[in-house]
Design a protein around this ligand. Structure first.
Ligand SMILES: *Cc1c(COP(=O)(O)O)cnc(C)c1O
Length: 375
């Protein structure tokens, strides 16, 4: 590909000296699990988010499950989330024995529709609401928090695609009762392996995550309740500290890239551009455009022929996937927006080092292809 979708090797090359030094520091320390690096990263990440407490865990999926459990969700409880998300969001709810109820999304924002949430809250006895800040933009937290509070529900944010995303000048992960982050390598803050974190506001919830992530231990070797193993290791924590120091610069680069895309793709018939919701400043984990129904695959194919990578996040909503079909509860009005979007969305190349030239090449190609009827 002349224009790759995302380039992880550049992340290493850009900070090679510091990353190598962090790697050697951990290797030579003789301490590899839950030590100084993990603790330092937890402090630094909480501070960067404007949050009080953070606990590192082994993945974003684990972070969602542990965040739900930390706010008191129990097996059998209903948890509302969206179907238009990474399957991990729903998998985490099910893995802890809770019952996912799927809401529709808003067409422009791609995140949980408050109207859909309201219909679900009227019909189901819901314990927690789990909005996903998809593609780097915050969900409509004002409406979601208002509805959730009115129904006595906890709110857990899935921030796996929204490290640093702002709403009313506040960062994602600081609105609800708890928040889950993933440090999968392609995320805005990515490790060099798996990793995740839970943000919580109160100390009891924090202790719960710290116990559950290590066999339910409050004191070493004594389990207070059945837990499991989900720890952020020292190596990933040390590498994440190096990456965190650059995250503001990386997110600023993504914002400039998005502005360039929005200008370069303006006024192309049939192409709908991402819409920035009022009072939001997205971090552009992905740059997702919409085409008319039936045109998306031809556009992706034509871009590929020109050496331009693209992807679809996600081609099949969770409630229509083989593992979940006919098994999940949903908005009684159905999920029409979710089902419409999945056939029309296309993610264009976006990463923290994308060049202006690459963006121009992509914009020109999209314009040519759509003007020429997808050829
Ligand atoms: C990546 C992602 C997850 C899961 O993170 P892992 O670290 O891969 O387990 C959860 N939710 C969303 C929205 C994601 O994008």
């Amino acid at each position: 590909m002349n224009v790759p979708f995302c380039d992880l090797k550049i992340l290493y090359d850009t900070q090679r000296g510091e990353l190598d030094a962090a790697f050697r520091r951990v290797m030579e320390s003789g301490w590899y699990i839950l030590g100084r690096e993990a603790e330092a990263f937890e402090h630094e990440f909480a501070e960067w988010c404007g949050a009080v407490r953070c606990a590192g865990v082994a993945s974003g999926t684990d972070a969602v499950e542990l965040a739900l459990r930390a706010v008191g969700v129990e097996p059998g409880d209903a948890v509302v989330t969206v179907s238009h998300t990474a399957v991990a969001t729903v998998a985490a709810i099910e893995r802890m024995g809770a019952v996912p109820v799927l809401a529709d999304v808003e067409p422009d924002r791609f995140t949980m529709s408050p109207a859909s949430l309201e219909r679900i809250l009227e019909r189901y006895d819901v314990r927690a609401v789990l909005p996903v800040h998809l593609y780097g933009q915050c969900a409509d937290m004002d409406s979601i928090l208002h509805l959730a509070r009115a129904h006595g529900c906890k709110v857990v944010e899935d921030c796996a695609q929204a490290h640093g995303s702002l709403l009313h000048g506040k960062k994602a992960g600081t609105f609800g009762d708890a928040a889950a982050f993933s440090f999968y390598p392609t995320k805005n803050l990515g490790a060099f392996g798996d990793g995740g974190a839970v943000l919580v506001s109160d100390s009891e919830a924090e202790s719960r995550v710290r116990e559950l992530r290590q066999y339910g231990w409050r004191h070493r070797y004594i389990s207070e309740e059945p837990g499991f193993n989900s720890r952020l290791d020292e190596l990933q924590a040390a590498l994440l500290r190096v990456r965190l120091a650059r995250l503001d610069a990386d997110n600023a680069h993504r914002r400039r890239a998005a502005e360039r895309y929005l200008a370069g793709l303006a006024d192309i018939p049939g192409l709908e551009l991402p819409v920035i919701a009022p009072d939001c400043s997205p971090v552009w984990h992905l740059f997702v455009v919409r085409t008319p129904r039936g045109c998306r695959d031809a556009l992706a194919q034509a871009l590929a022929e020109r050496g331009i990578a693209s992807a679809v996040h996600y081609p099949v909503p969770v409630h229509l996937q083989p593992a979940y079909a006919n098994r999940t509860n949903a908005d009684p009005a159905g999920l029409p927006c979710t089902e419409d979007l999945c056939g029309r969305i296309l993610s264009l190349p976006m990463h923290a080092h994308i060049s202006d030239t690459d963006i121009t090449v992509v914009c020109d190609a999209v314009r040519t292809v759509l003007a020429g009827g997808a050829r």
